[in-house]
Design a protein around this ligand. Sequence first.
Ligand code: NAD
Length: 265
Amino acid sequence: MNATDVSLAGKVGLVTGAASGLGKEIALTFARAGASVAIADLNGDGAEAVASQIRAAGGKAIGVTMDVTDEDAVNSATDRVAGEFGSIDILVSNAGIQIVNPIVEFSYTDWRKMQAIHVDGAFLTTRAALRHMYRGDRGGVVIYMGSVHSHLASPLKSAYVTAKHALLGLSRTLAKEGAAHNVRSHVVCPGFVRTPLVEKQIPEQAKELGISEADVVKNVMLGGTVDGVFTTVDDIAQTTLFLAAFPTAALTGQSFVVSHGWFMQ
Ligand code: NAD
């Protein structure tokens, strides 16, 4: 599938964590499909750089500095995007980090930071976007960036696995509440994708598990796949585009695992 096959013309997308990795590719893909895109990130300069790249290619985009854990910042940045582009039709709640440690050594500060970014951030951005999507029941789509770890567990990742499982609950609840307002919701669940978030984990996991970096990639990251191949940012962007453009609630409240067969549901 290619971005030009699916149109988001006239739609407004807000993508969090879009200065890098998956969020950036989703923002670029939405823009190529004709959407106006807000690139929201803690890294405001990075967000603006992605927005300028889209504008230089003839698209419509703005960069927005947003810490998804800051209630006031989320509300004001979301309202600013809706003011600039007219409303919000698609929210991709994607911002995230990874902290790996055995449970027994996990600091409470790190635990809370993980829940704050992944779970509180998903809630706050959803609530802020719904205030626009519910107006006149114009509707929209909320897509959460889950993970294969929304469905299964791995050692050292207690906070991440807990947070990614929680997104299934939020998304399914939204699918039920949002239906009356024409809002749909989904969780996209990638396997390992070589973004900065994953590059950082390779040496960390090698150290924690006492194995080589090559073995982390081959056995820990790709060992469960059917073909030993990484999922790509484009695989995830195309899946997200399809779900954003799908026109009815025939698809809502679902989880889409994109992982080379690592997890099958
Ligand atoms: P990345 O590190 O490349 O990008 C994450 C972005 O989120 C960065 O630009 C960062 O500045 C931003 N961010 C971090 N904290 C933020 C905050 N408080 N407010 C706003 N922005 C913030 O990582 P990525 O791999 O693209 O990950 C994106 C999402 O995909 C995450 O939710 C991650 O858990 C999920 N995911 C990634 C993989 C993978 O293999 N890369 C697999 C499954 C799920």
